[in-house]
Structure formats: structure tokens, C-alpha cells
Design a protein around this ligand. Structure first.
Ligand SMILES: O=C(O)CCC(=O)C(=O)O
Ligand SMILES: [Fe+2]
Length: 201
């Protein structure tokens, strides 16, 4: 991605489908709510090996181990590749839990040139802005960087419109290894968002 030319990005964009989202129990398309493109897991391959980065450790340390009640092994499941070209956005929503031991989401942002597309997160008490376009501005083809943000499932988030270029993200569902604890009942965590830039991937 760090070396992607405009042509390669337009090729990628032209192979993608419109991205739906969950509304109640349904999966719907509504481009006044979510205007973006996506590829399902079966439709792409990525050289990004999450296990080879610091991301799992950082999420374990800063999002999970900070609370003794939560201290458990976590697992990442890749979910979708999302492409936001100019004018694309995703209005405020919470992610639909895929299974009862899902406790959060991880969004990895690739270093493709773009403006806008800030991710705004809120839990009712705090809000956060994750501006990957700024975070990645020192990324170069020779020294690519990625940015990530991880958050609990009760955090509402939205992607503001991309004003130029293309913002490409890979989302993961975050699970606890054991299914014993009902995580949905917990809404009083102090730190709900963890955002960092990973250098030199
Ligand atoms: O691409 C992003 O930054 C967020 C995507 C998202 O919120 C989702 O797929 O549910
Ligand atoms: Fe989401």
C-alpha cells in the first residue's frame, strides 16, 4: 500500500463492492449512512502479519491488562478491508458483536495518501479523534508506517468524509479467548481507546 500508485488504487477501487452495515438484525446498504467500499476476507490478501507487530502486545497491555477483571488472552480475527475514496464516510455507529466473547474492534490504517477521514470515537463520557492522515504523514515508501486504533464494543465511532485521496483500513474483531465472562455488561472501563502509530512495519 505504501507504494501504491494512483492507477493501482483506482484498480483496487473498481474491484470493490459497496459496504453495507448492520442495522438491528439486518445488513443494509444506505449511502447516506455509510458510503464506502469493501472487500471480504476471501477477496484479498495482505502481507500484514499482525503477530509480527507490536499491536497485539499494546492492546493487551493498554486495553485489557489495565483492568484486573479483564486480564485474559485475546485473539484477533481479520474482518474486512475498507476503502474510502473522496467523499466516502461512515456515520456514528457501534460495531455489531459477532460472538458473545467479542469485546472490541481494531482498525489498522494503511499509509495511502489522503486528507480527512478522521475517526471520531465517543463513549458518552469521553471523546477521541484519531487523525490517521496526520499520524501517517511521515510514512514513506522506503519506511512505511501504519496507524491503528483499538476500542471496546460500547464505543460509538464515525469516519468523517475523506476530502481527497483514498483511506484504506483493515478491521479486526477482538475476542477474549474464553467465553466465560459476559463482557457486554461492562461499560465502566476507564481507558476505552488505544491509538498508536507503528513505525517501520
Ligand atoms: O474504517 C474505519 O476507520 C472504521 C470502519 C468501521 O467502523 C467498521 O467497519 O465498522
Ligand atoms: Fe465500526
Amino acid at each position: 500500500m505504501a507504494n501504491a500508485s494512483k492507477e493501482q488504487l483506482s484498480d483496487l477501487i473498481s474491484t470493490c463492492d459497496a459496504a453495507p452495515f448492520g442495522r438491528g438484525h439486518q445488513t443494509v446498504y444506505d449511502d447516506s449512512y455509510r458510503k464506502a467500499l469493501k472487500l471480504e476476507l476471501s477477496q484479498f490478501a495482505t502481507p500484514l502479519e499482525l503477530a509480527g507487530t507490536i499491536i497485539p502486545h499494546q492492546i493487551q497491555r493498554d486495553l485489557v491488562d489495565t483492568d484486573t477483571a479483564l486480564r485474559r488472552q485475546i485473539r484477533f480475527e481479520p474482518y474486512k478491508l475498507n476503502i474510502y475514496d473522496e467523499g466516502a464516510f461512515f456515520k456514528p455507529h457501534k460495531d455489531t458483536p459477532r460472538r458473545e466473547n467479542m469485546f472490541g474492534s481494531l482498525v489498522v490504517v494503511f499509509p495511502t495518501e489522503h486528507q480527512g477521514g478522521d475517526l471520531i470515537l465517543a463513549d458518552g463520557k469521553h471523546d477521541w479523534t484519531f487523525k490517521a492522515s496526520d499520524a501517517l504523514k511521515n510514512s514513506t515508501p522506503d519506511h512505511p508506517e501504519i496507524a491503528f486504533v483499538a476500542f471496546y464494543s460500547d464505543v460509538t465511532h464515525e469516519v468523517l468524509p475523506v476530502t481527497s485521496g483514498a483511506r484504506i483500513t483493515l478491521t479486526y474483531n477482538l475476542y477474549f479467548e474464553s467465553t466465560s465472562l459476559s463482557v457486554a455488561a461492562r461499560t465502566d472501563w476507564d481507558t476505552k481507546v488505544n491509538a498508536t502509530i507503528i513505525k517501520k512495519i
